[in-house]
Design a binder for this molecule. Structure first.
Ligand code: ZN
Ligand code: ZN
Length: 146
């Protein structure tokens, strides 16, 4: 997404209303780029991400929505002001706002580390041998989604 920063004047922010695809996610951006002082530009916007993530445990696709506000100075290091690209800063912000851990459900069992079976779908003999462990009861708890 290229913007022309030369269009941004002290009393004339550059309006942004965009939907773009970044890192495989859909990102909507509503806001503007403003001139903060002589040569500092700021991106102020509301962003919403429709992220396509993958469960850390079982690799199932997980859709995730995240909304956040952006209030970031644009760091200019000799870039072409007429063709400034917003993707790097957006990619960093998306990365920052997506969850560190992604689970398809709170009690996802993932794959058996011994035989590779998806334990959400079927059980295997390996897990039976652990039935006496004090933690086996935890696995049976049902975290109902509210
Ligand atoms: Zn999962
Ligand atoms: Zn197994």
């Amino acid at each position: 997404m290229l913007v022309n920063l030369k269009e941004v004047k002290a009393n004339k922010p550059l309006r942004l209303s965009e939907e773009l695809k970044l890192l495989g996610h859909i990102v909507s951006l509503e806001g503007s780029i403003q001139l903060f002082n002589e040569d500092t530009y700021e991106l102020k916007a509301k962003a919403s991400i429709k992220a396509n993530l993958i469960c850390d445990y079982c690799l199932k696709d997980v859709s995730h929505s995240e909304n956040f506000s952006i209030d970031e100075p644009l760091e200019l290091q000799g870039e072409d002001l007429e063709k400034f690209t917003l993707e790097p800063i957006l990619a960093a912000l998306i990365h920052e706002h997506l969850p560190m851990q992604v689970l398809c459900k709170e009690d996802c069992l993932g794959f058996c580390k011994d035989c590779g079976v998806n334990l959400n779908l079927e059980s295997c003999i390996c897990s039976k041998s652990n039935e006496d462990s004090p933690f086996s009861k935890l696995l049976e708890l049902d975290f109902k989604e509210v």
